[in-house]
Design a protein around this ligand. Structure first.
Ligand code: 4GY
Length: 232
């Protein structure tokens, strides 16, 4: 069982995603347990204020260190192997291999920044890993946390059924999926490639592999460099 804890000032953002589909099922099957903590519950002031102006000036507000330190301490409890993750564009770019590595942990805490960011001392003393989901700026770390949680969850053994887990193989060998077709075999004059209807499994397998390579070369040549190292 992987325990996933999230620290956020917008706890409502998580229910819609974690309460549906595969993540919901993973929780029901006790493969993961997700708990969302409202950062405001760790404040002492009557206004439940979590932000302050930056020292040295500059625009906007920062998340104060105090409630974050309190939250992490409380959530860690007496656990020994917690990994604390900060979602930020300054982090290491999130990839499939990161998802695989994190899916083998036992306890993850995600800190979701808002406003202009978070006090540097949080990074310094609490954070084990900084992750970015890509080079663009969002309004907070909640969507990135959900992206990472989603990618991790589907890699935990027993979460996906056999038919679903085949999908994960595609990116793990750094090749894009081959084109896929379903019924009808002729849709408004657009025909499904003959080989897929042939029933010849060796030929079909060769066709899929070739299409994957062609597609990757055309759309993501950068992946082929990685694929060579995979000697598959
Ligand atoms: N991209 N990857 C990202 C982000 C927004 C700090 C408050 C990203 O992970 N997080 O754009 N986060 C945050 C950035 C200030 C808003």
């Amino acid at each position: 069982m992987l325990k996933i804890d999230v620290i956020t000032i917008f706890p409502e953002m998580f229910k819609a995603v974690t309460g549906e589909s595969i993540i919901k099922r993973a929780c029901q099957k006790k493969k993961i347990r997700i708990e969302i903590y409202n950062l405001r519950d760790f404040t002492d002031n009557t206004h439940r204020k979590v932000d302050e102006r930056p020292f040295g000036g500059g625009p906007g507000m920062l998340i104060s260190p105090e409630p974050v330190f309190k939250a992490v301490k409380k959530i860690k409890g007496r656990r020994k192997k917690t990994k604390v993750i900060l979602l930020t564009p300054q982090g290491v770019k999130f990839e499939q291999k990161t998802a695989g590595r994190l899916s083998r942990e036992t306890h993850l805490i995600f800190i979701c920044p808002r406003y202009e960011g978070i006090d540097e001392r949080v990074r310094l003393k609490l954070v084990d890993e900084e992750i970015s989901i890509g080079d663009y700026v969002l309004t907070g770390g909640e969507l990135p946390a959900l992206v990472v949680i989603d990618a991790i969850t589907r890699l935990i053994p027993g979460v996906l059924g056999d038919s679903e887990s085949a999908i994960s193989d595609s990116f793990e060998n750094n090749l894009l999926e081959h084109p896929q077709y379903t019924r009808p075999a002729n849709f408004r004059g657009l025909k499904v490639p003959e080989v897929l209807l042939s029933g010849n499994h060796r030929l079909i397998k060769e066709w899929k592999r070739k299409q994957s390579l062609l597609r990757t070369k055309r759309k993501r040549p950068d992946l082929l460099k990685k694929e060579r190292n995979n000697h598959e």
